[in-house]
Design a protein around this ligand. Structure first.
Ligand SMILES: Nc1ncnc2c1ncn2[C@@H]1O[C@H](COP(=O)(O)OP(=O)(O)OP(=O)(O)O)[C@@H](O)[C@H]1O
Ligand SMILES: [Mg+2]
Length: 457
């Protein structure tokens, strides 16, 4: 339980502290293991040296004693050597070993019959390593030689001290390096964070400083900058929309205002008043349509365009659209016809929205096109496209790539002040809301062709 709490607290530390702590922990373990291995190896080597020299000395002394008797230990050149009788009594001893026993009585007895190694024997406050072998004289004597362990112990103590100083020092240096490294790695993140904190809605053109490190942080910086690009573009689009919308509303409002002012000025006869009111109603109607269109687009943007999709025969949709536009067409001396084989298919669509989209297409064909307006349906994969084509000049170059943009109008439309440039955006929004798509093109033989593709039932 407390372990988990410790972990949670650890996870709350800043990344730099966490990295450094983990680094120190790993480093400490590595250094400790290295120290232990070094120390063990060193002490093993020292012991092996002492043992092999003791082995050689024991054999030498045994040979000497075998040839020349017990007193030969004095000339053996050994500092610590003794000869024991089989009962454990000392027969001869070097001067340095006088007064001490290198072997106990039991060890001496054992040594008369076989090798005896004593790793550490403390006699008269000095530590010795002892090696004893039979004297090979036939009368059960034993020879013992010994070396002081003082130098060995000193060397190991010195090594311990050095490791005790060098280890923590290495750990400290490695930790400082680790702390610096973690800081250096995180500095670009800090710089990006600092810049991001300064980016406001009114200053969206700023970008995060991206380090050229070809790593995850560079990738993160690039991704965030791409995100800022998209946000900036979206905000710019919104702002343009708002300013376009207010601009579009100003024109009918100004006209309305002028009509009302004119009507209020002086004495007006009823006919003049009626004409002024009719014109005012027309402007009000235009504003209402604009507001409705904007509402449809706003809802579509939020994915909240209410759709009551049901299977509808395309023939019915096209015939109805032709009928609704009949009067307007006759007024302009134009002909509207529905292509014969358009009736074969059905689409899954909201009737009212599909009708609204078709009306926008037909209105455009009547307003900007010329000649006969033809309505037809064509299957295209999962969609059925409802086409409205005319025999006019087609889409002008400045609009053909931007026809679906909000308030996007061709120069002739802008000059004529006829439309607000939302018609095709709504066609596009309706298509998308149905999971379809809309398109425009200029027909090779001349004239415009615009369509909305709706899904099959
Ligand atoms: N059949 C067509 N022939 C030639 N140009 C067209 C045709 N239909 C549309 N356009 C061009 O595309 C532009 C955008 O059309 P859209 O329907 O979106 O806007 P609008 O008709 O100007 O305004 P609104 O439809 O909102 O009243 C038009 O301004 C016009 O320049
Ligand atoms: Mg239009």
């Amino acid at each position: 339980m407390s372990g988990r709490r410790g972990l949670t607290r650890f996870a709350r530390l800043p990344i730099r502290a966490r990295l450094t702590t983990a680094f120190i922990a790993v480093m400490a373990i590595v250094l400790a293991i290295a120290g232990v291995v070094l120390y063990t190896q060193f002490s093993h080597d020292l012991d092996a040296d002492i043992d092999s020299s003791l082995d050689a000395q024991a054999i030498d002394v045994a040979a000497l004693v075998a040839g020349r008797g017990s007193d030969a230990v004095h000339v053996s050149g050994q500092r610590l050597a003794q000869v024991y009788a089989s009962n454990g009594r000392i027969l001869a001893t070097t001067d340095a070993a006088a007064g001490i026993r290198l072997l106990t009585v039991e060890q001496a007895r054992a040594a008369a019959h076989g090798d005896v190694r004593i790793k550490r024997r403390t006699v008269a406050s000095s530590n010795l390593r002892v090696r004893a072998v039979p004297a090979r004289r036939g009368d059960d004597e034993a020879v013992a030689v010994a070396q002081s362990l003082e130098q060995r112990d000193d060397e190991l103590a010195r090594l311990r001290t050095r490791l005790g100083i060098a280890g923590p020092l290495a750990l400290l240096l490695a930790s400082l390096a680790g702390y610096e490294l973690a800081g250096a790695a995180l500095r670009p993140v800090d710089r990006m964070r600092g810049r991001a904190a300064q980016i406001t809605e009114s200053q969206l053109s700023d970008r995060l400083p991206v380090p050229q490190t070809r790593d995850e942080i560079e990738a993160l910086g690039r991704t965030l900058n791409d995100l800022l690009d998209r946000v900036e573009a979206a905000v710019a689009r919104e702002r343009r929309l708002v300013s376009d919308a207010s601009h579009e509303l100003r024109t009918p409002l100004t006209t309305l205002r002028a009509e009302v002012d004119l009507a209020l000025r002086g004495e007006r006869d009823p006919d003049e008043l009626r004409a002024a009111l009719e014109s005012a109603a027309e402007e009000a109607e235009r504003m209402t349509r604009l507001a409705d269109d904007l509402l449809v687009l706003a809802r579509a943007d939020q994915g909240r365009l209410p759709l009551h999709a049901q299977p509808v025969r395309t023939h019915v949709l096209l015939e109805d659209a032709a009928t609704r536009a009949g009067a307007a067409a006759r007024e302009r001396g134009r002909e509207i016809m529905v292509d014969g084989d358009g009736g074969a298919a059905s689409v899954l669509a909201d009737r009212d929205r599909a009708a609204q989209a078709l009306d926008n297409l037909v209105t455009n064909a009547l307003r900007y096109g010329d000649g006969r307006v033809e309505l037809s349906a064509h299957a295209d994969g999962d969609l059925v496209e409802l086409h409205v084509s005319d025999e006019g000049r087609g889409f002008s170059d400045d609009i053909v790539g931007h026809a679906f943009e909000r308030f996007g109008r061709g120069s002739e439309a802008r000059a004529g002040g006829s439309g607000s440039g939302l018609g095709l955006s709504i066609v596009d929004a309706v298509a998308r809301a149905h999971g379809g798509r809309a398109g425009v093109r200029n027909r090779p033989g001349g004239g415009a062709d615009a369509w909305i593709g709706l899904p099959r039932p």
